[in-house]
Design a protein around this ligand. Structure first.
Ligand code: COA
Length: 374
């Protein structure tokens, strides 16, 4: 058996930013237009008028202040309310592969590894831009990696589930080096016309390189153990899929073809699941809270993270122990905990322990316990 280690990581951040204020101006303009267009039905009590959104609500309810997106022009146009993403021809790199190349390139550079020495690429994300060929195989080819590649989807937990799959293969010897990459174009599956959730998501891509410990050239994070769990729930759901054209009815503008959630229920049901999951994982790895230097959590909601941080540490975490990035990136689905890891891990010293945890639709929760080694 070999020891797997994370030896490189990278984040691709889109260049365009939408602040809460910009977002709310666009949403309110859209709501006003919609209300004017439907004035008669609203007056007759047949439908409800759309209420305004507010940046104060967004910050207070979520902790989110802004988000990065691939295209803000469409999202902020009250007549469009979704990103404009140019359709790629079959002969050019797809949108997800393009983001992945950037993040993977950074991870490989950090580790000092040539792409040709990678023998597994897992593209783990909440949505994939086509059914097949797998995005991961396209990324493998564009990078010039060897071996094999496949896509996987466990919604917000895709990254940690991908890390477990890759780490297990490195451990068993079936691969030597694996890239787990998470291109998340959340802006394309968010319903920007629904004020309950229009502020939630942003776009990003993260990547980690997992190698056999004895092949690593520099500083690394040993993957001590991983743990994944799932439990079916409809409280976070997106019904879009390949059967949509084969069913009856008007499919194009159905609300359930984008991200839907019952946020309150998610809050209530996922928090205990995650807290217990982390506590059990740490206990089985022989780690107590005092030994945990850092907690890199899924980035959906600040109150949620504060709650989990407090449960895990048994006290309010010290500044820096449980870093949040959601104020800048919003919820980036599976990539959130990896952005936090990538931005807040360099200062750890040999022997320091940290835990990555992601959670979300499924329900699903995944955790990875890391130990820094120089
Ligand atoms: N602007 C102003 N008011 C808004 C609003 C907006 N954009 N969106 C909702 N409101 C209103 C609601 O209509 C509601 O009004 P009411 O009390 O009169 O009914 C009130 O604000 C509270 O709404 P609610 O949806 O209950 O807010 P919340 O405090 O639960 O926060 C979330 C909403 C989504 C931020 C929160 O539930 C959450 O983060 N849940 C977990 C999300 C999660 O982790 N999901 C995983 C996805 S991967």
């Amino acid at each position: 058996m070999h020891l797997p280690a994370i030896t490189g990581h990278g984040v691709f951040t889109p260049s365009q930013v939408i602040t809460n204020e910009e977002l709310v101006v666009a949403f309110n303009a859209y709501a006003d237009r919609w209300n004017a267009d439907n004035a008669e039905a609203i007056a007759a009590g047949e439908i409800e008028a759309k209420a305004h959104s507010s940046s104060e609500f967004i910050t207070a309810a979520s902790g989110i202040e802004q988000r990065f997106v691939l295209d803000k022009s469409g999202i902020l146009d009250p007549e469009v309310m979704h990103p404009w993403l140019r359709e790629r021809s079959d002969d050019e790199p797809g949108q997800m592969a393009e983001m992945a190349l950037d993040a993977c390139g950074k991870a490989l550079e950090m580790a000092g590894v040539a792409a040709s020495d990678v023998d597994l690429v897992i593209c783990a994300a909440s949505n994939h831009e086509r059914a097949y060929p797998a995005i991961a195989v396209e990324i493998q080819q564009l990078l010039g990696a060897g071996g094999f590649a496949f896509d996987m989807n466990v919604a917000c937990s895709s990254a940690t589930f991908g890390i477990q799959a890759a780490a297990d293969m490195v451990r068993s010897g079936s691969v030597k080096r694996a890239l787990v990459v998470n291109p998340e174009i959340c802006s394309a599956h968010l319903e920007w016309r629904d004020r309950d959730c229009h502020f939630i998501f942003g776009d990003v891509c993260t990547a980690v390189l997992i190698e056999r410990d004895d092949l690593a050239k520099g500083a690394k994070f040993i993957i001590r153990s991983t743990r994944c769990a799932t439990q079916f729930s409809n409280n976070i759901r997106n019904n879009n899929g390949f059967l949509r054209r084969t069913r009856e009815g008007h499919m194009e503008d159905r609300r359930d073809m984008q991200f839907m959630q019952n946020g309150r229920k998610v809050f209530k049901e996922v928090l205990p699941m995650v807290s217990k999951h982390i506590a059990d994982h740490m206990a089985d790895d022989g780690i107590n809270a005092e030994a945990l230097r850092r907690l890199w959590l899924h980035q959906a909601n600040k109150t949620m993270n504060d709650f989990i941080g407090k449960k895990v540490y048994g006290r309010t975490p010290e500044p820096g122990e449980q870093p949040n990035i959601l104020q800048d990136y919003a919820n980036t689905s599976s990539a959130g905990s990896i952005i936090a890891f990538s931005k807040y891990s360099d200062d750890l010293h040999a022997g320091d322990l940290g835990l990555i945890c992601s959670f979300g639709a499924g329900y699903s929760v995944g955790s990875v316990i890391l130990e820094r080694r120089d």
